[in-house]
Design a protein around this ligand. Sequence first.
Ligand SMILES: [Zn+2]
Length: 248
Amino acid sequence: MERLKSDAENGTGTSAVGRIDCITTASTHPETSGMQRTSPIETPVPDATVSQERPGVSLRDASLREIYAEILGRVDDDPTRDGLLRTPERMEKSMAFLTRGYHQTIEEVLGSALFEVNYDEMVIVRDIEFYSMCEHHLLPFYGRAHIAYLPSGKVIGLSKLPRLVDMFARRLQVQERLTRQVADAIIETIHPQGVGVILEAQHLCMMMRGVEKQSSMTTTSAMLGAFRTQTQTRNEFLSLLRRPGSTT
Ligand SMILES: [Zn+2]
């Protein structure tokens, strides 16, 4: 949310019209040009008006709800019909929820669930469900995360690993960065001998637009420390993932 806000606040346009252009182009990937051609989004903006509720309010001062109302007005002929009437409000709440990870920190999420242990075998948590949103199209990507690490005196409470994934997933993301951020957070927090993180995900921006490949799965991995330097450790992780019950 902070990021959205600051994007709007720091818009480089000199007028609200410029800012509106800025926002539409920022959320438009070159691949979406097909959509651009057929969408009324390209309709020229007559003035700085953003909201019917507050005529004359510039984009800079508009609430997220008003901005969504403006978007709906451009893509739908009748944004005031029943079904759409409260949609801007719902979208605002939904976006706040889907990006709540911006307001969380690793310290808050892991809290006191760090334990000293005399255990140096691999800890593995697999099939952690996650839902994120791609930063190129603001469309969901979702799938499963598998995390393993070799402790070095400290472990993380097992229930906290899904929360850690969630914290980073609930931001605008690319899968590669999400993978790396989870791995880095574990390294920074408990300084293990190594960490391996694998994410498998399906991207709606590929499935319902663009290349329209419904069944393709994108896999990303981050192997740090012993998982990078020791083939045996990495293989152990990969073979544990392939055990019955695994989705890999
Ligand atoms: Zn995308």
